[in-house]
Write a protein that binds this ligand. Structure first.
Ligand code: PLP
Length: 455
C-alpha cells in the first residue's frame, strides 16, 4: 500500500465529457409537466426560462456530452480538484477503513457549484441571454453563479432567502464582489414576493419562494432574462459529473475502488456529481458499490417525503416533476445547513432511492457539527455545514467498519469549505444549536396540496 495522501491529476487529465446517467439508469425518467396544463412540457415552455442547449441537455439520453473548450478553460482555474485520503482522521478513529474525499472546496467560490454555474453562464452567453436571474439559500449558489456570469460578462440578479441574507452577510458581499445584484427574498420586486410580504412581513423566506421570484422575473422579461437553477435538474447534475469522472481516475491512482460512496443532498447535485460516474459501473459492470445520500432531519425529503409529482417552487410557476418532496409549500426550520433546505430532490436521484439503488439517511444538526469539528481537527479543513452531513455518515461508516473489523473503502464528496459559516460554528460552540425533527403533521398537511396529476 502506498503512503500517499493526495491524489493529484494534471490539467491534461481534466475530463472532456460530462456523464449522463439517464443513458444507463434502468428507471426511465418521468415526464416533466407544465404547471398550468399538467401536460408534458414542450421545449417552447422551457425556453422562456432556459437557453435551448440546456433544455436539450435536460432531456437527452446521450451517454456523454462534450465539455466546451471555453468551459474547460475556466475549470482549469481550480480543476482537477484533489482527492485526499483522510489518514489522520482514520488514525483518530482507529479504524481499518480507508476514507477518501474529493475536495470541491478548492474552487474560487469554495464549493462544487461553479462546475455548473460556469457551464450555465457559458450556454446563456452563446444563446444571447441579456441577463440572468437566480435564487440562493446559504449564498453558495449565488456566489458561484456570480463568479460564472462575471467571467462570461452577463448581468445577474440574485434572490437570496431572507434568513441567509441576514445571517450570512459575507456570502452576499462575495456575490456583490463578483458583480451581481442581491435582493432579500421575499422582495418587493415581484408580484409573488409582494403577496408573501403582505401575508407575513417577518417571514424568514424559503428557497421555494426565492425560486418563484427569480422565475417570475425571467418569465416576464420577454425573453431577455433567463433563469438558472443550481441543483435538482438533470443538466445541473450532469455538469457536476466532472467531479466523479476525476475521482474515478484518482481512486485508480490510489489503487482502490470505493465500497461506499457518500454525499450530502440538498437538491442532489454534488452527490450525483460524485456518485453517478460510479453508479454507471453498478449498472454496466455489476459493481456492488453502496450509495448513501445524507440529508438533515429538519428537511427529510428522501427519508420521509413522498415520491410523487410536485411543483418545483412555492408559487407553482416552475415545472412539475416526479421526485421525493415535502410539498412545495414547505418552509424549513432555520438550520445552518441552508443549502440542504429545499422541499424537493433531483428526479433521477429520487428514482434511484425509490428503486433501491441508493440508500438515504437523515442526520441531526448537532451530531453533524461534532463530525465537522472532528474532521477539522484531524484534516485541517473546516467543512461547510452541508458537507458536515456527509462527514458524519463517513465517520459512522468508518466506525461500523471498525466494529466489524472490515477494511471498508469509503469515498465522500467534500462539497465545500465552511469559511463563511463561522456564525454557525459559533452557535454550535455556544450551545445555541438545537436538533430539529420536521413534524409528521406538517408533512401530511403539505401533501394535501400536491398537484392533481393523472399519470
Ligand atoms: C449547495 C450546497 C450543497 C447542497 O446542494 P446539492 O445540490 O445537493 O449539492 C451541499 N454542499 C455545499 C457546500 C453546497 O454549497
Amino acid at each position: 500500500m502506498t503512503e500517499q495522501t493526495r491524489f493529484i491529476l494534471n490539467e491534461t487529465d481534466l475530463p472532456k465529457y460530462w456523464y449522463n446517467l439517464n443513458a444507463d439508469n434502468p428507471i426511465p425518467p418521468a415526464p416533466i409537466l407544465n404547471p398550468q396544463t399538467m401536460e408534458p412540457v414542450t421545449p417552447d415552455f422551457l425556453s422562456v426560462l432556459f437557453p435551448m442547449e440546456l433544455i436539450m441537455q435536460e432531456i437527452t439520453t446521450d451517454r456523454y456530452i462534450e465539455i466546451p473548450e471555453a468551459v474547460r478553460d475556466v475549470y482549469k482555474l481550480w480543476r482537477p480538484t484533489p482527492l485526499l485520503r483522510a489518514r489522520r482522521l482514520e488514525l483518530a478513529l482507529d479504524t481499518p477503513a480507508h476514507i477518501y474525499y474529493k475536495h470541491e472546496g478548492v474552487s474560487p467560490p469554495g464549493s462544487h457549484k461553479p462546475n455548473t454555474a460556469v457551464a450555465q453562464a457559458y450556454y446563456n452567453k452563446i444563446s444571447g441571454t441579456e441577463a440572468m436571474t437566480t435564487e440562493t439559500g446559504a449564498g453558495q449558489w449565488g456566489s458561484a453563479l456570480s463568479f460564472g456570469c462575471n467571467i462570461f460578462e452577463i448581468p445577474l440578479e440574485v434572490y437570496m432567502v431572507k434568513v441567509s441574507y441576514t445571517q450570512k452577510p459575507y456570502r452576499r458581499i462575495m456575490i456583490e464582489t463578483y458583480g451581481a445584484d442581491v435582493y432579500a427574498s421575499p422582495s418587493d420586486r415581484t408580484n409573488f414576493g409582494r403577496s408573501i410580504l403582505a401575508q407575513d412581513p417577518d417571514t424568514p423566506g424559503s428557497l421555494g419562494i426565492a425560486i418563484s421570484e427569480a422565475v417570475e422575473v425571467a418569465a416576464t422579461s420577454e425573453g431577455k432574462k433567463k433563469y438558472s437553477l443550481g441543483s435538482v435538474l438533470n443538466h445541473v447534475l450532469m455538469h457536476q459529473t466532472v467531479v466523479g469522472e476525476e475521482a474515478l481516475k484518482q481512486m485508480d491512482l490510489a489503487g482502490e475502488y470505493p465500497d461506499v460512496v457518500i454525499g450530502c443532498v440538498g437538491g442532489g447535485s454534488n452527490y450525483a456529481g460524485l456518485a453517478y460516474p460510479f453508479m454507471r459501473y453498478k449498472f454496466t459492470e455489476g459493481k456492488n458499490t453502496r450509495f448513501v445520500a445524507v440529508e438533515p432531519t429538519a428537511c427529510p425529503t428522501l427519508t420521509r417525503g413522498t415520491y410523487t409529482f410536485d411543483y418545483g417552487d412555492t408559487a407553482k410557476m416552475a415545472p412539475i416533476v416526479k421526485m421525493h418532496t415535502l410539498g412545495h409549500s414547505f418552509i424549513p426550520a432555520p438550520i445552518h445547513a441552508g443549502g440542504l433546505r429545499l422541499h424537493g430532490m433531483a428526479p433521477s436521484l429520487s428514482a434511484l432511492v425509490d428503486g433501491g439503488y441508493m440508500e438515504a439517511v437523515a442526520v441531526h444538526q448537532l451530531t453533524t457539527f461534532e463530525a465537522a469539528v472532528q474532521f477539522a481537527r484531524a484534516e485541517g479543513i473546516i467543512p461547510a455545514p452541508e458537507t458536515a452531513h456527509a462527514i458524519r455518515v463517513a465517520i459512522d461508516e468508518a466506525l461500523d467498519a471498525k466494529e466489524k473489523g472490515e477494511e471498508r473503502i469509503i469515498l465522500f464528496n467534500m462539497s465545500g469549505h465552511g469559511h463563511f459559516d463561522m456564525t454557525a460554528y459559533l452557535h454550535y460552540y455556544s450551545g445555541n444549536l438545537e436538533d430539529y425533527e420536521y413534524p409528521q403533521a406538517a408533512i401530511e398537511a403539505a401533501m394535501a396540496d400536491l398537484p392533481q396529476v393523472s399519470l
